[in-house]
Write a protein that binds this ligand. Structure first.
Ligand SMILES: Cc1cc2nc3c(=O)[nH]c(=O)nc-3n(C[C@H](O)[C@H](O)[C@H](O)COP(=O)(O)OP(=O)(O)OC[C@H]3O[C@@H](n4cnc5c(N)ncnc54)[C@H](O)[C@@H]3O)c2cc1C
Length: 397
């Protein structure tokens, strides 16, 4: 562990404890993104994790920086998610953006003075992003004109720039896809009504409309042909970040259950003295240890050929474990587990949200399934008994 990582993890832990946890219910009540909190995250070095030092970032490798979300997830998974998307966009802008883009935006993004988010999903294309309708026309005078609609845009109206994935022709497939950063004040950019998201209503999410938005080519982050591949790499990072924040969520749920059950009197002793309760919480504790090992292993694999598969394993397993952990810990508190001040109901809803965002559990299964088919093709054949390897020829009982 490097000194920088130690310092950043301590800053993230402190941010979760002193800024997120005491305030998150208030943020949800006011339904406002806490800009003062994200400003503090920026001042603490949490908004430029993977960006180079010379652009104001922390210069952490992905395998280390991703651990920050475990700390932030102890406070709130939706807040951790929004900062993870900002960090991924900042990484992309600082790594792949043009020199003009970097001059204008890099330091504002790494410092958190300006926030960024990613706009890929469309109303008709979530799990199937190639099927998108947003189009960019390349004008030939150094500008692009973009029209279309995005859905589920987090930090909608709050971010200062949206890293938007578009197609540049009507040809099927992804070879014409690109990513271009659209500043929030671009003419023709607007947002729909906010989605109602009761358990994380401080995070503004809505549709985003692009009506002949004109943007300089200086804002191209991924050129034509690299839009999908680059977005999938970004999504792999996001998947592991989500798994990391789920570990924080599980720890928060477990700690709440332990803090309560060690004091709750019953049957002449305490709730935590009961074997049944220890077994329930023991299962959460094991799942948490497994989840930590898995997301850290997946974070190390990012950028290697194993990255997408390991990210899929982490995204499939860990949010499911978080849903289970939040439910078990709620059960351990009995009726009290359902009351708002204990926060477990919020954690259950957040864990379910984290199963969906940035590729659902089922899409992770699809990625894993394809890898298994590839592996099967490399293995020697085991002969299948006559009649079992051919369609329609199995013996009829
Ligand atoms: C809180 C939140 C914030 C978000 N923020 C952003 C954002 O900032 N930017 C952005 O671009 N997107 C964002 N998203 C969108 C998110 O990534 C999508 O919701 C997600 O990819 C799933 O797409 P969908 O909702 O359209 O579901 P659909 O694609 O309609 O899927 C519906 C169901 O079908 C299942 N399914 C799909 N394909 C298969 C298959 N092959 N086999 C079996 N089952 C399948 C899915 O798992 C799911 O259960 C956000 C979503 C949420 C919930």
């Amino acid at each position: 562990m490097t000194n920088t990582l130690d310092t950043i993890l301590a800053a993230a832990r402190d941010h979760a404890k002193t800024v997120i946890k005491p305030n998150v219910d208030g943020w949800n009540a006011t339904k406002k993104w806490p800009r003062d909190a994200s400003d503090k995250a920026g001042a603490a070095g949490l908004t430029g994790l993977y960006a180079p030092l010379e652009l104001g970032g922390q210069g952490l490798p992905l395998s280390e920086g991703i651990q920050v979300y475990e700390q932030l997830g102890m406070g709130d998974g939706a807040y951790a998610f929004a900062l993870s998307m900002h960090n991924i966009c900042t990484f992309a802008g600082c790594g792949y953006g043009t020199e003009t883009f970097k001059d204008k935006w890099a330091r504002d993004l790494t410092s958190g003075r300006k926030l960024a988010n990613f706009a890929l999903t469309e109303p008709q294309s979530g799990s199937d992003p190639v099927n998108m309708y947003s189009r960019a026309t390349i004008n030939g005078d150094g500008t692009w004109t973009i029209s279309g609609s995005k859905a589920w845009v987090s930090l909608a109206t709050e971010a200062d720039i949206y890293f938007t994935v578009v197609k540049t022709s009507d040809a099927p497939g992804h070879k014409d896809m690109a990513m271009i950063a659209i500043p929030a004040d671009a003419k023709g950019l607007s947002f729909g009504p906010r989605y109602e998201t009761p358990s994380y209503s401080f995070l503004p999410i809505s549709e985003m409309y692009m009506d002949a938005v004109r943007v300089s080519e200086d804002n191209i982050i991924l050129p034509v042909g690299q839009g999908l591949q680059g977005s999938l790499m970004a999504i792999d990072i996001a998947r592991v970040s989500i798994a990391s924040s789920c570990c924080g969520l599980m720890q928060a749920a477990l700690d709440t259950a332990l803090s309560y059950s060690k004091n709750r009197k019953m049957f002449g002793g305490k709730n935590l003295d009961l074997d049944g309760i220890q077994w329930m919480l023991g299962e959460v504790a094991t799942d948490l240890e497994v989840s930590r090992l898995l997301y850290r292993r997946a974070a190390e694999a990012l950028g290697t050929p194993q990255g997408p598969l390991m990210a899929a394993h982490a995204k499939r397993f860990v949010p499911n474990a978080a849903v289970k952990a939040a439910n078990i810990c709620t059960q351990v508190l009995g009726g009290m587990g359902l009351l708002q001040p204990y926060g477990l109901d919020r954690l259950s809803r957040l864990a379910q949200m984290l199963r969906i965002v940035d590729g659902t559990t089922e899409i992770s299964r699809v990625v894993i399934g394809r890898a298994l088919q590839k592996r099967a093709a490399e293995l020697p054949d085991i002969p299948v008994p006559k009649g079992f390897g051919e369609n329609g020829s199995a013996p009829v009982r």
